[in-house]
Write a protein that binds this ligand. Structure first.
Ligand code: CIR
Length: 259
């Protein structure tokens, strides 16, 4: 049985400026194709029973469709982050004004030193893993831990230093409450304190960022082993082409806020 049941989502249409976003890749991006892929993503979430709000593109913020990094939603409370990349910080205020009508909103706090990207925060059952990365630091992770414990004292919250991939969820996502998909490009100095990782091959490792919701797993069609792993975990695999987001170091989880 899946533990990831969601009824609502917020997404944002990619801006025409999206190719100016941060990336380690060198491939040219088609905004038209990205927008079509985004429409298919929204359609898929809708078909899975999610009521999806699609926000207008924010041209001043080329990475603003990667809404996951600016907010963490837990128990209908939005925790606004302070993204590690300076040029992405303005995305937080934009999302705050869209969310505060529908849920309580809390600031991360902790001053300018405290940095968190939502892509570094992974919920797996009662466990929360906060990746310590180039984008998320100990000061930010400590603030987030305190806020999450206030919301739900029983959570087991772990700091997970790693390297080799952009965000923690580029390296692992949870298929259920104890199984994760893993990207071998991610280097963990110590084993995760909970869960068993199904490691994908080097070639298909990027598909470790699958979106698990409502009994389904969205994954890259070029990485079929992620679909097989999802099926073995009792999920319905749904392959969706997300080539244009991959070119900007993004994938499935980063394109929506779910609750
Ligand atoms: C960035 O480097 O910030 C964006 N180009 C990609 C962010 C992807 N977000 C995520 O995986 N949570």
């Amino acid at each position: 049985m899946t533990t990831h049941i969601y009824c609502n989502a917020v997404t944002r249409t990619p801006p025409r400026s999206m190719a100016a976003g941060i990336t380690t890749q060198q491939e040219s991006v088609s905004v038209e194709l990205a927008r079509e892929q985004h429409r298919q993503y929204v359609k898929t979430l809708t078909s899975l029973g999610v009521d999806v709000t699609v926000l207008d593109p924010a041209e001043d913020y080329p990475d603003s469709h990667f809404v996951e990094d600016a907010v963490i939603i837990h128990r209908n409370i939005a925790i606004m982050t302070r993204p590690g990349a300076v040029e992405r910080r303005g995305e937080v205020g934009l999302l705050k004004s869209s969310l505060q009508d529908v849920m309580d909103v809390i600031e991360l706090g902790g001053g300018d030193e405290a940095l968190v990207d939502g892509g570094d925060v992974l919920f797996m059952g009662q466990n929360v893993f906060i990746g310590i990365s180039h984008r998320t630091n100990h000061a930010g992770a400590s603030r987030l831990k305190a806020i999450l414990h206030d919301i739900e004292p029983d959570l087991s919250i772990h700091f997970v230093p790693f390297s080799g991939v952009l965000h923690l969820k580029s390296g692992v996502t949870a298929l259920n409450a104890d199984t994760l998909l893993g990207n071998p490009a991610m280097k963990l100095p110590t084993a995760l304190p909970a869960g068993n990782i199904v490691w994908l091959s080097q070639k298909e490792g990027y598909a470790a960022n699958a979106l698990i919701l409502n009994g389904a797993a969205l994954y890259f069609p070029e990485c079929p082993s992620a679909g097989t792993a999802a099926q073995q975990a009792g999920l319905r695999p749904i392959a969706l082409d997300m080539s244009e987001f991959r070119k900007m170091d993004g994938s499935f989880t980063c394109l929506s806020l779910l609750w």
